[in-house]
Ligand binder design. Structure first.
Ligand code: FES
Length: 287
């Protein structure tokens, strides 16, 4: 938008705001009358814009110009207001992320949209406490992915970008142990073992409700993954561990035991289960 039209637009918006502020003290009947008048104007404008757009769509050259015009933020905003153009994919993804933000923020985390790769892929980044959290895979699949797919059915692949900004943990919340999307805060937790029986930086195999899982500990943080390689689903408990990295004994895929991230193929990740530690008791909730 040119500088002159930006100033003009600013002036128009200020006019609307100051006129609206004049009505603040009006009684209910006056405000209802004003509302009805605004609605009537809106309906008339919507009908006119609808007819205009319909007419332009019949002519390919005009349609191309219309598409260009809709890229103008003011034209887009007015046509969106009247429901004549649909929300962009970008807006729908942002709307989806907005629905999960309160849960993430309550655990000291957040999420941001990094990139949309049409037609079916969205890249997001987990931020704050969510980044590097052992339960981040659960947060991604149960929270973020679900929300995006609900708002944008055309999106089938959600990728996680690396490298968020790690925020300070929220006081009193064991953010390293429980994903905000671990279903049902207190149901389904199964005692697995005592904290000190899990070797520091190494793995311990355990069975939880017929599922073989791998537990790992870094200081007092515990992670839990399905004992199944993301490559071909083979068990990995016989793999070598060094510097917090587990190497699958079958074809050598490497995984960070702190995050479940696959270092050999960044687009895949170990299946993560939620873990919480109460005193020295380690409990797992299968996801
Ligand atoms: S099954 Fe693990 S690398 Fe192939």
């Amino acid at each position: 938008m040119s500088e002159t039209s930006a100033v003009e637009l600013d002036g128009l918006l200020k006019d609307i705001q100051s006129l609206e502020s004049l009505t603040a003290d009006w009684n209910e009947q006056q405000r209802n009358t004003l509302q009805a008048l605004k609605q009537a104007h809106d309906d008339l404008n919507k009908e006119a814009f609808t007819r205009l757009v319909r007419a332009l769509k019949t002519e390919p050259a005009a349609l191309a110009i219309l598409k260009e015009a809709v890229a103008d933020e003011v034209i887009y905003a007015v046509l969106r207001h009247h429901g004549i153009v649909k929300a962009t994919l970008h807006e729908r993804v942002e709307d989806a992320l907005e629905t999960v933000r309160p849960s993430l923020e309550s655990h000291g985390g957040n999420v941001e949209l990094v990139e949309i790769m049409p037609p079916e892929t969205v890249v997001i980044r987990l931020l704050g406490a969510c980044d590097g959290c052992p339960a981040s895979a659960l947060t991604l699949s149960e929270g973020v992915e679900k929300a995006i797919k609900e708002h944008c059915p055309e999106i089938t692949t959600i990728k996680k970008a690396k490298g968020g900004v790690t925020a300070a943990p929220v006081d009193g919340v064991k953010i390293n142990f429980v994903s905000p999307f671990a279903r049902g805060e207190d149901a389904g937790w199964v005692f697995v073992c005592k904290l000190d029986t899990i070797p520091e930086g190494n793995i311990k195999v355990a069975t939880v409700s017929n599922n073989e899982v791998l537990l790992s500990r870094f200081d007092n943080k515990v992670t839990c993954y399905q004992n199944a390689c993301a490559h071909m689903g083979m068990p990995m408990d016989m793999g070598d561990v060094s510097n917090g990295i587990l190497v699958c004994p079958h074809h050598g895929f490497e995984y960070s035991l702190q995050t479940g991230e696959c270092l050999s193929a960044p687009e895949v990740q170990l299946h993560t289960h939620a873990v919480r530690v109460i005193d020295d008791q380690v409990e797992v909730k299968l996801s």
